[in-house]
Every structure is written in structure tokens, then in C-alpha cells.
Design a protein around this ligand. Structure first.
Ligand code: UGA
Length: 431
């Protein structure tokens, strides 16, 4: 099929490359010339495992092109909207500027029979509003939320665990089935529904995941005042298949470009709908999550005798999660910035996120590698659980630092091994 993908960020660039690898003819469109230039040269503008290979492969076959001109979408049958919906500057609601602009710019290039497919995460009711703009052109709108995780985005796009179509016609279903022919041939569950449900599926999924993480972090808070161990608690309750062990890792909490802004946007939308109380718990979910960042900072101060002032603190990790260079709402970066604000002599390193963190926070000092970040540290904070940090050897690491103090903000190290090697080890919700 011939399709355009409007918006080439984490979602759109991966979607465009994945669709091309499935045999479709794709044009990716974005207003950012630097991004388009990189993508057109077969280079990924951000770190995502597997994406560079897809870009090179499809670049060579000519299946995938990139452009800054939305007019290049003309003549294509399917148009995906994959632009960002960040948090508004003036509150918790979603900023729909980019979605609205993408649709408005696309309108003059639509032909009767085209299918516009919304993938961006939007407040419920948005699709209904956009359909009113699109339908007079003779084109149709479908809402098809995306559930990809950064770090696994390529796999999640090519082999999604479910497909959700918010549609108004059987024709839209048939077109989407053709788009996702490969996933359909693998018996991927497919839910065909209305716009509102499709929009809500996405919001509800992220709200549930955020709630699950904050639940276990709330248990960590209780564990901290009772001497219990939250990791053992998670293992034990996780054996109940109704609960499940996934997303029960207590630590410095969730961040990224999705969960934090999505729960805030959901609260804002529910309030607009007069149902604020239905999701009032999401404010608590957000508050628990943000408290965990403070807890890490408090542990650093405590282990340093009450103050981090002028102490050399090594922060391991800056991305919001491993296998990503994304620093949006990253707990790791927030901890580094806050410690710096308290007068600590912070040095940070991340395998991929240093360039992004340096642009956003030039006041921080960044190391070039793991050895440099550890050298002379008076306290170490493990803030993002990259493999490099999970596999640190407590004996060898002790040689590099000045004082063997570690705050394990992701509960990924073995407290026994680290204590036996002579470290002061502190986890979150662990005795
Ligand atoms: C999330 C959802 O998982 C995807 O399904 C969704 O498509 C995506 O948002 C989106 O809306 O686009 P992502 O932001 O890539 O994906 O990251 P997650 O893997 O969900 O992790 C989010 C945060 O939760 C990370 O900071 C991670 O460190 C944290 N986390 C995760 C925990 O603190 N504990 C856990 O047990 C799991």
C-alpha cells in the first residue's frame, strides 16, 4: 500500500520504517528539516535498537522516503498521524497543537477514499472533532492507537500484541487489515470499535501501567518504615497470575514522554467531562511517583552524613529507562539536576543519553565513560538500569570510587554481594 506518516519522532519514524519493511511504499513527513535530513540519509535521529538497520535496508530499496513537505502525501491512500501530544505549558492537559496542525496541513492534499489514521495519544473526543474536518474532503478517519515501548519499538510495531481500530465503516477495517496483513496472519488479537473506545484504550492502558508502578512504589514506602523488602513482596504477589510480576519493579519511578503526561492529560480530560473523581487516584499515582525521586535524594544525603553539599556524587544513567536516549521527564536526570541544585559536585554518565542531557542541562558535568564517572565518587546513584550498571562488579567498582556508598535507585543490584564487598548499600523499599 502507499502510505504517508506525518510526524517522524519516536513513534512516527519507527512506524514509517516498519511499514516499509513490511513491503508498503512509505513517505515520512516532519516539519523538522534536521530530522528529515538524517532519516533520508538512512540515519536514526535518536537511539532505538533495530531502527538504523531498517532505515538502511529500506533506504536502499527505495520503499521509504522522507520529506518536509506535506504535499508529498498527495496520492497516497493511507495517512498516519503520529505527531506528539506533549503536556500543555499551562496545565496538565494534552497540547493538541501538533495534531491539529498535521490534520489542517494534510486536508488540501486528501483525495476521496483516503484513510487518515490517528496514532497519536489524544484525549477522548478528539477523533470525533477531527472527523468533522476530514469527512467533507471525502476521506475517512480511523483511530488506531499505538502501544510500542521505546527500546522495543521496532518489534512492537511489526509484531504488536493487539490491534485496536476505532472506525466508522467496514471499509476502514478492510484497509487497516491490509496495512497490518502480516500481524493479521499471525492471529494478532484485533478489537474493532468506535473512536471514543479506541482513544480510551490507549489512555487506560498507560494509566493502568502507571498505577501498577506507583502501587509497588507505595508498598516500598511502607516497607521503608517496617523493615520489609519490596522486591521480595513483588516476587511473592507477582506469582499470582491475576497480578503478574511485570511492571512491579519499585525504584525511582516512571518517567518518559508517555506515562507522566498521559495520566495528567487523562485527569484533565476527566475533569472537563465532569468525571474528575473517577480518576482522582491518578493524582495520587503521580504524587507517589514524584516522591520516589525525593527519596533517592534523601538517601544520598543520609548516607553522606546529612548533606550532599560539595560531595562528589556519580549518577549512573540519565535516560528515563535503559536502551533509550530519551530524557523526557526522566527520573534519573531529575535526580542529577536536583542534587546539583543542592550544591553536590555531580558527575553523570549514560551510554546513550549524554548528548540530550547536555543540551537540556549544560550546568551538569558529564563523564565520557563508566570509568570516568566512578572515579573519586563519594556516593554513587544507580538511576537507570542499563546492563552496564546492572553488571557492575562491587569489588572492582570499589577500587574506582573514593567512598563505597551506593544508592540503587532501581533495586537491581544484589545487596548481599555489595555489602560483603564493603559498600554501604541502600535500595528503595529494601532493608
Ligand atoms: C509506555 C507504555 O509501556 C507503552 O505501551 C506505550 O505505547 C508508550 O508508553 C506510549 O504511550 O507511547 P515507554 O514510555 O516506552 O512505554 O516506557 P515503559 O517501558 O512503559 O516504562 C515507563 C517508565 O516506567 C520508565 O521510566 C521505567 O523505568 C518505569 N518502570 C517500568 C518502573 O519504574 N517500574 C517498572 O516495573 C516498569
Amino acid at each position: 500500500m502507499k502510505m504517508s506518516v506525518i510526524g517522524c519522532g519516536y513513534l512516527g519514524a519507527v512506524h514509517a520504517a516498519a511499514m516499509a519493511s513490511l513491503g508498503h511504499e512509505v513517505v515520512g513527513i516532519d516539519v523538522d528539516p534536521a530530522k528529515i535530513e538524517a532519516l533520508a540519509a538512512g540515519q536514526a535521529p535518536f537511539f532505538e535498537p533495530g531502527l538504523p538497520e531498517l532505515l538502511t535496508e529500506n533506504h536502499d530499496t527505495g520503499q521509504l522516503r522522507f520529506s518536509t513537505d506535506v504535499a508529498d502525501a498527495k496520492g497516497f491512500a493511507v495517512h498516519f498521524i503520529g505527531v506528539g501530544t506533549p503536556q500543555r505549558r499551562d496545565g496538565g492537559g494534552a497540547d493538541l497543537t501538533y495534531v491539529d496542525a498535521a490534520v489542517r496541513d494534510l486536508l488540501p492534499h486528501l483525495s476521496p477514499g483516503d484513510l487518515v489514521v490517528g496514532k497519536s495519544t489524544v484525549p477522548v473526543g478528539t477523533a470525533e472533532r477531527l472527523a468533522e474536518l476530514i469527512e467533507p474532503t471525502g476521506a475517512e478517519l480511523a483511530w488506531n492507537p499505538e502501544f510500542l515501548r521505546e527500546g522495543f519499538a521496532v518489534k512492537d510495531t511489526i509484531e504488536p500484541d493487539r490491534l485496536v481500530y476505532g472506525v466508522r465503516s467496514q471499509r476502514a477495517v478492510d484497509i487497516l487489515d491490509e496495512v497490518y496483513a502480516q500481524a493479521m496472519s499471525l492471529d494478532t488479537p484485533r478489537i474493532v470499535t468506535d473512536y471514543a473506545t479506541a482513544e480510551l484504550v490507549k489512555t487506560a492502558a498507560n494509566a493502568f501501567l502507571a498505577t501498577k508502578i506507583s502501587f509497588i512504589n507505595a508498598m516500598a514506602e511502607i516497607a521503608e518504615v517496617t523493615g520489609a523488602d519490596v522486591t521480595q513482596l513483588a516476587d511473592a504477589i507477582g506469582h499470582d497470575v491475576r497480578i503478574g510480576r511485570k511492571f512491579l519493579n519499585a525504584g525511582v519511578g516512571f518517567g518518559g514522554g508517555c506515562l507522566p503526561k498521559d495520566i495528567r492529560a487523562f485527569s484533565a480530560r476527566a475533569e472537563e467531562l465532569g468525571r474528575g473523581e473517577s480518576v482522582a487516584f491518578l493524582k495520587e499515582v503521580d504524587a507517589i511517583n514524584l516522591r520516589r525521586r525525593q527519596r533517592v535524594i534523601d538517601l544520598v544525603k543520609e548516607t553522606l552524613g546529612g548533606s550532599a553539599y560539595l560531595k562528589r556524587v556519580a549518577v549512573l544513567g540519565l535516560a528515563f529507562k535503559p536502551d533509550s536516549d530519551d530524557i523526557r521527564d526522566s527520573p534519573a536526570l531529575d535526580v542529577a539536576v536536583q542534587l546539583h541544585g543542592l550544591g553536590a559536585d555531580v558527575i553523570a554518565w549514560d551510554p546513550e543519553a549524554v548528548p540530550n542531557a547536555g543540551k537540556a542541562h549544560p550546568q551538569l558535568e558529564f563523564a565520557d565513560n563508566l570509568e570516568d564517572v566512578l572515579r573519586g565518587a563519594e556516593a554513587v546513584v544507580l538511576a537507570t538500569e542499563w546492563k552496564h550498571f546492572r553488571e557492575l562488579d562491587p569489588v572492582a567498582t570499589k577500587e574506582a570510587v573514593a567512598t563505597p556508598i551506593i544508592v540503587d535507585g532501581r533495586n537491581v543490584l544484589d545487596p548481599v554481594a555489595w555489602r560483603e564487598a564493603g559498600w554501604t548499600y541502600r535500595g528503595l523499599g529494601r532493608p
